[in-house]
Design a protein around this ligand. Structure first.
Ligand SMILES: [Zn+2]
Length: 293
């Protein structure tokens, strides 16, 4: 009887899940400066530069949220959404490109973002189909790019093989705001997308690059999690280096992944475990990256 009840309840819930998941999402706007904001909804945090020239978005979450994102930024400026800058190719950061591209926004990203979005991607069996032409970045860069908008200079700085092979840090020096995309997961374990060219050492190098740019009063927009400071990012770097060192010491004495106790590796950082990246997943990603580099 119990099993029957469970099945009966489960079927309708899962069939409604993908739709209701986004129906209930509300877009929350956080003011960072008089022109720069962070939006939270579902998926990666969105950076917004708003003013007389209109709107620039840094990342745009999932496609079904596009109308809600548009409504939220409409309260910040009367102007059009001129630009979307993507920090990397993942669908929780580029999902509304199609919507905003169709409405006339110019999409900007590292050249590997366009390359990956142009063809089907397979992340350990998770298939993402190729994006339509209108969703692809039309301005791409290799190392870095400057963009001048609403009186602010924005620097897109490519960091090699970190979370993926197409990551950009978006630095707005006059506003003292840095959007780090998924190079920085704040207060949770990071995902390193090895099948998209991500690596542990690249991630550490990218965080070091970010720390070089900022100061104590910089407001950091992480890919996921709440707004952070330089001291939060310094602590995250210590975490990355600690986990790397602990796993490396086992690799160096020939231990296989199965012979490593995840709970010992993550000691002191357990509260950062979450649904997508738990202790075992984190250790597996680090191990795999450090044994293939
Ligand atoms: Zn990502």
């Amino acid at each position: 009887m119990k099993a029957f009840f469970f099945l009966f309840v489960l079927v309708p819930i899962t069939s409604l899940c993908s739709q209701s998941r986004f129906d209930k999402v509300e877009i929350k706007t956080n003011l960072l400066t008089d022109q720069v904001y962070m939006l939270e909804g579902a998926g990666g945090n969105i950076g917004v530069v708003a003013g007389k020239d209109g709107i620039l978005l840094i990342d745009d979450q999932y496609g079904p949220l596009a109308p809600k994102i548009k409504a939220a930024v409409g309260k910040l400026s009367d102007g059009p959404i001129q630009y979307v800058a993507n920090t990397h190719w993942h669908g929780d950061h580029t999902g509304s490109n199609e919507f905003f591209g169709t409405e006339g926004a110019t999409i900007v990203a590292h050249q590997n973002v366009r390359k990956r979005m142009s063809v089907e991607q397979n992340r350990e069996g998770r298939i993402t189909p190729a994006a339509p032409e209108v969703a692809l970045p039309v301005i791409t860069f290799g190392e870095d790019l400057q963009l001048y908008f609403n009186g602010l200079e924005l620097l897109a700085i490519h960091v090699d093989n970190a979370h993926t092979d197409g990551d950009a840090l978006i630095w707005i020096p006059q506003a003292n705001v840095l959007h780090m995309g998924d190079v920085f997961f704040h207060l949770r374990y990071p995902f390193i997308d090895l099948s998209s060219g991500g690596s542990v050492d690249g991630l550490i190098g990218a965080v070091e690059t970010a720390l070089f740019l900022i100061d104590e009063s910089t407001q950091i927009i992480p890919g996921h999690g709440p707004i952070a400071s330089k001291s939060d990012l310094t602590y995250y770097l210590k975490f990355l280096k600690t986990i790397r060192l602990r796993i490396k010491s086992y690799i160096d004495v020939g231990r296989s992944l199965d012979q490593i106790d995840s709970s010992k590796i993550v000691e002191g950082y357990e509260e950062w475990s979450w649904g997508f990246i738990n202790d075992e997943t984190l250790v597996r990603l680090f191990y795999k990256s450090l044994t293939t580099e």
